[in-house]
Design a protein around this ligand. Structure first.
Ligand code: HEC
Length: 401
């Protein structure tokens, strides 16, 4: 019996007089006590790969768990092609659309994350690297196209095995045919076609910031809201007295737009062209969408280039642990690096894997401590290896029902 279990049995004894609660606890603990290494291995495999293990893999994993090496068991589960083709695909797909739905075809964004995980590409580069994964040349028809997602849908229809490096291949966005982006402008998944379609279409490109924050900092705008930041980046289109009430502006609109508008300028040269079905990038030329409704408040900020400043390095959002090279820069790439360097980024990636593998968010201090510790491992030596995160999280919740 493990130390933890002994401690828990003692607790249940003391609580015995709370009859019903005690009884429920007893049942739960009997179940835990009866769970053996094979059960743990099976659960771990199901949760990592999304499919049951073969008998051979199951017994190898159980043996690793018996030898107190759950990390090796997790590695075996991640060798199952379904880890890439099923589990990671379902993990990433919701990040690639505004509705956060898993029911969407494979696309260049999803494929790029899957490839980065497979090849141990440091994951803090996900928002800043000149990287994209496509099917191998002429594997399916068509090859990668700037103007459609057909390549990825063809891969999916062909049942292409994304775990195979000869099938899903690492390339550079800047060298793809028809690319409008150079190596020092490509910003990882932010400048994929799927992200552009989802977050640069319509609106004012602030959506790209909002969804990057949701998916990579695990925070929506309400949580970033801070009315103490300087407001000089708030654009002209934001009314300073909505409904004739400047208090609403100061207490509400300001809290999001002060920090967000100073960041979202990074995307000023991007647009989604729905007619052509592709991302447009015009270095040096601000897209018109950044300047619409300038008459709402003519004294507001006018976007003249793709500069950004992270005003949230100070105030309540300093808690996100910003550690990037600079609090300001130009373009999506340097902004992506700023996000990837933050502590919040690391913790967020662990939290996402935790929910995916454990089927729930952190419930107690033990869970939260585990998340911080796994985030430390994630950052160790700048490796940012997402497979290590899956292994750490799977070991943490392998005893759960
Ligand atoms: C909780 C954060 C938050 C608050 C508060 C907020 N906004 Fe926004 N605002 C956003 C985000 C995020 C977007 C980008 C929306 C998108 O495209 O998904 C946005 C977009 C806008 C836009 C551009 C519309 C467009 O089509 O993209 C205007 C104008 C605007 N907000 C004005 C206001 C005003 C006026 C208020 C106060 C009454 C306000 N906002 C309060 C977050 C906020």
């Amino acid at each position: 019996m493990s130390h933890a279990m002994r401690r828990r049995s003692g607790e249940s004894g003391r609580r015995g007089r709370f009859f019903l609660a005690g009884l429920a606890l007893l049942f739960a603990q009997t179940a835990v006590a009866q769970m053996d290494d094979t059960d743990r291995a099976r659960r771990m495999h199901d949760r990592i790969a999304g499919v049951p293990p073969s008998a051979a893999v199951l017994s190898q994993m159980a043996a690793h768990i018996g030898n107190s090496r759950p990390d090796l068991a997790a590695e075996l589960a991640m060798q199952n092609p379904a880890f890439y083709n099923v589990s990671l695909k379902n993990f990433v797909t919701p990040w690639t659309n505004e509705a956060s739905t898993v029911f969407a075809p494979l696309n260049d964004y999803t494929a790029t994350v899957i490839g980065m995980v497979r090849d141990d590409v440091p994951f803090n580069l996900v928002l800043s690297e000149d990287i994209i994964y496509t099917g191998a040349n002429n594997l399916v028809t068509p090859n990668y196209e700037q103007t459609s997602n057909a390549h990825y849908e063809a891969l999916e229809e062909a049942g292409a095995d994304l775990s195979n490096p000869a099938v899903l291949v690492r390339r550079m966005q800047s060298t793809l045919p028809g690319s409008q982006i150079s190596a020092n402008e490509a910003a990882g998944v932010v400048t994929t076609r799927a992200a552009a379609e989802a977050f640069f279409s319509g609106g004012t490109n602030r959506a790209m910031w909002r969804f990057t924050a949701i998916n990579y900092l695990c925070r929506d705008m309400e949580q970033l809201h801070d009315v103490t930041r300087p407001g000089d980046w708030i654009r002209q289109d934001v009314s300073r007295s909505p409904g004739g009430d400047s208090e609403i502006f100061l207490n509400n609109c300001y809290g999001c737009h002060a920090g967000m508008d100073s960041l979202a300028g990074a995307y000023a040269y991007f647009e989604w062209d729905a007619t052509a079905g592709r991302m447009i990038h015009t270095p040096g030329v601000v897209q018109a969408k950044n300047l619409i409704n300038g008459n709402v408040f003519p004294y507001g900020h006018i976007t003249t280039d793709n500069g950004w400043v992270n005003l949230w390095r100070e105030g309540s959002n300093s808690l996100l642990g910003w550690r990037g090279a600079s609090d300001r820069g130009f373009g999506a790439k340097s902004l992506g690096a700023e996000i990837g360097a933050s502590r919040a980024f690391s913790v967020c990636q662990v939290e996402k894997v935790f929910k995916h593998v454990c089927f729930h968010g952190p419930k107690n201090q033990t869970d939260r401590d585990a998340i911080e510790a796994i985030a430390d491992t994630f950052e160790e030596n700048g490796e940012y290896n997402l497979k290590d995160v899956f292994a750490g999280v799977a070991a943490h919740c392998m005893n759960e029902e």
